[in-house]
Design a protein around this ligand. Sequence first.
Ligand code: FAD
Length: 565
Amino acid sequence: TPPTGSPPPVLLKVHNLKLRVGEPEELLAARVAERLGLPPHDLGRLRILRKSLDARHHDDLKYLYTTEVELPAIGANSPLLERLTRRPGVEPHRAERFQWPDPTDHRGRAPLARRPVIVGAGPAGLTAAYFLARDGFRPLVLERGKPVKERVADVRRFDSGGDHDEESNYLFGEGGAGTFSDGKLTCRNTGPDTQRVLELLVECHAKPSIVYEQRPHLGSNRLPLVVRTLRKLVETLGGDVQFGCRVEDIELADGRIRALATSAGRIETDLVILAIGHSARDTYAMLYDRGVPMEFKPFQFGVRIEQPQNQINRARYGVEHHDHLTAADYALRAKGARDLFTFCMCAGGYVMPSVSEAGHFCTNGMSESDHDSPYANSGLVITIEASDLAWAERYGAGFQPHADGRVHPLAGVEFQRVAERLAYQLGRGSYRAPIQTAHDFLAGRVRPAAAAPPASSYPRGVFNASLADFLPPSVLEALQHGLPIMDRHLRGWFLPDATLVGPEARGSSPVRIPRDDDLRESPTIAGLYPCGEGAGYAGGIVSAAVDGLRTARAIVARYQSAFIT
Ligand code: FAD
């Protein structure tokens, strides 16, 4: 820290620094000094801003770095500084600062007499709770599922053939869907809010490198500790988290939130952050019945593809195993009448049952921090638009257009349900996964039910099926067109032993709950703050957490907590 009163040190951003895979990061300082033409001892603090793998040439695998470097001995007006910034890949850098309202400045802020309530302890809800608790708002988080330790046991029991628990599963419980996610922390948005969320995760025992890696990953085995630590932090700061507490109704008076009816009793409040995720279909239905404004939102939907991991390593690194690199990933898109794209790729991972509703079957993927399974898997999806919804009507989904002619707000939920129900019924209620090899699918072949199904990492077992028995034509056509294209993109290693399971129905939220852009409050229900993935404003762990942070910031800017008893 510079002495008080002295000007901040000059900062430069240095791009495109290269280290061969296997070279130690300690060499970075020398590379920066070399680029700047300065002796290494002239450099101050060096911080990695970005690290990415360049695997375009298999005989020259390297990491590319962007760094921030302090130059303590150089003044802001020095001619040397101007010369330095003319060097290739060097530019002046001013770190964007994280903005937060001053909690001691109460001017223009309304008093808030009762504790804000947050529904859902996923990334959005827990992050909102942390930032509210930090400023003295004493939030109360209501979570229908169990604390993470008990939840892990329930999920393991289900994986090994046990009954499905509707309140404690891969989607519901402490940490929300994020807990058993793959823990990829990539997020399209960068900037100080995203950085602040990543730093919060590091405070909660995530590895420090997540703040600069291009594709940061924690792994499903690391997430429970991070999630539990964040919850404990909320509690230490004056918040409370009540588990096994399902919100079943909202009470409104004069267009305002007044109370919540929950499975554990009635709770009075004037402010509710709704961070329910996109799988609480009963809660969506309740909100719709109560007149909360909602809209249909296009969403991602398709199958999950799985391949031997060593084939993906061959495609990306040129070898089946690399001593210095973890399992390789991919991100592919095949353009066509309907674009097909990979989504939530899990290198060295497992296919798992992303089931929250009994009688419905759905897949997703996860991996542990070491990426040590012999399989690679990925969602393979298209974006479902309103024009695709008619398919589900054939199976009894009733989409009455909304009174004003709009698509019914819950039509996407019903569409997901139809595919999930068909897959469940094909598996005769066993939660086994319907499977077809990519080659059989492309050739229109279906293996006999009695034949041994192809191998899969899916834990509850698989059975031979035809994808056409539970997927709409729009997805089948996109797969027919896009799979061979993706295979070419991956040098012929995408399809040789690939299998397809599904449906992958919960890629993103099929619903949006509108809110004011700045206030983040529902336009018609005062005190209701739709937030996170379930409200249609996020699509992943970090974006959901950033949405929670921003919602908390809007509330802190508007209210003062001093009146909360
Ligand atoms: P959620 O995490 O869904 O949390 C919502 C919470 O609200 C749940 O705990 C639920 O129990 C609770 N709730 C719902 N209704 C009620 C109610 N009525 N009363 C009380 N509580 C209620 N994203 C990534 O960025 N990277 C990944 O690698 C990744 N992998 C994934 C793998 C899997 C298997 C899954 C399922 C998802 C994955 N995702 C991943 C997506 C990510 O988990 C979600 O985008 C994120 O968790 C959304 O956060 P959220 O807080 O908005 O909602």
